[in-house]
Design a protein around this ligand. Structure first.
Ligand code: MN
Length: 293
């Protein structure tokens, strides 16, 4: 097949800031409610911070809430997040770490600033991404992948341009540690110098780049920090001029060609399945969390 360059479909800023619980001041870049099909298999991206928290003895975050039918992926850039869930999973992640939680048939969990971070305070910067599950896996057993910074391979970019961390999928011959239910690439990219970046991607895949810091330019279109650029699905290569000191979260994946029906923390393929999720949660079928010690 001939190489063809992907065009920009659109560039998107956030919907403004809101608080998730009392710990996460987030800007939402997209959600299944506004662009489920455009970004499939990705359902939602919340960007918390960057913001400075003073030291506190209070527990800041969001208390018990359910999820069903997808995965939540928490990427910590700065700060720390602690999590506990009804399947017995839990843990604390810090800068460079990723938590990849498969809610599957359902979990109840809580997400808080880590005790160490609360004690010292400091800069907090976290992305939470929701990844859809193909229908056949929506009721899979809940599962939790704690992916440490050391487990994420880092690839040097050509010409000392910076580095790329492969969280999921692959970059060249380097394979990321996250196990996924459909083909996708999630890369944490850091460009130290201004540079042209080009990468080959499969025809028909979703491709989006979220700029945390710095910026990109393609033709006369500029993508600034805290903006998301979504590419057309057609085409097999993506290219940008990247500014100095730019940090990008690259999202690529095969779209899941199934209906997306969501209601708050439940994302299924039909209204009947949503009703079932609400009913199951009300009846305690997601399990219960152990009391905190
Ligand atoms: Mn959650």
């Amino acid at each position: 097949m001939m190489q063809s360059v992907k065009e920009i479909a659109f560039i998107k800023g956030s919907h403004g800031q809101h608080w998730v619980g009392n710990g996460f001041p987030v800007r939402n870049l997209f959600s299944y409610a506004d662009m489920a099909r455009d970004l499939s298999p990705f359902l939602l991206l919340d960007y918390a911070g960057p913001v400075d928290f003073p030291p506190t003895a209070r527990k800041l975050g969001v208390g018990q809430h359910p999820h069903r039918g997808f995965e939540t992926v928490t990427i910590v850039y700065e700060g720390g997040v602690s999590h506990r869930d009804s399947s017995g999973g839990g843990g604390t992640i810090g800068p460079g770490d990723v938590q990849w939680m498969t809610a599957g048939s359902g979990v109840v969990h809580e997400e808080y600033h880590s005790p160490d971070f609360s004690r010292t305070g400091g800069r907090f910067e976290v992305v939470q991404l929701w990844v859809n599950l193909p229908q056949q896996y929506k009721m899979t057993h809940p599962h939790y992948q704690a992916i440490s910074r050391e487990a994420i391979p880092q690839v040097a970019l050509p010409k000392n341009a910076g580095h790329l961390r492969v969280i999921a999928g692959r970059y060249g011959e380097v394979i990321g540690p996250a196990r996924t239910f459909s083909p996708m690439n999630v890369w944490d990219m850091h460009f130290s110098t201004a540079q042209r970046f080009v990468v080959e991607v499969p025809e028909g895949h979703t491709t989006a780049l979220f700029v945390l810091r710095g910026g990109l330019q393609s033709g006369n279109r500029a993508v600034h920090s805290s903006e998301l650029v979504v590419m057309e699905k057609a085409g097999t290569s993506v290219g940008f001029e990247v500014f100095e000191d730019t940090r990008v979260l690259f999202l690529g994946g095969e779209p899941i060609d199934e209906p997306i029906v969501g209601h708050g923390p439940f994302v299924m393929t039909s209204h009947e399945e949503i009703q079932q999720a609400i009913d199951d949660f009300r009846k305690g079928r997601f399990g219960e969390m152990l009391p905190s010690s």
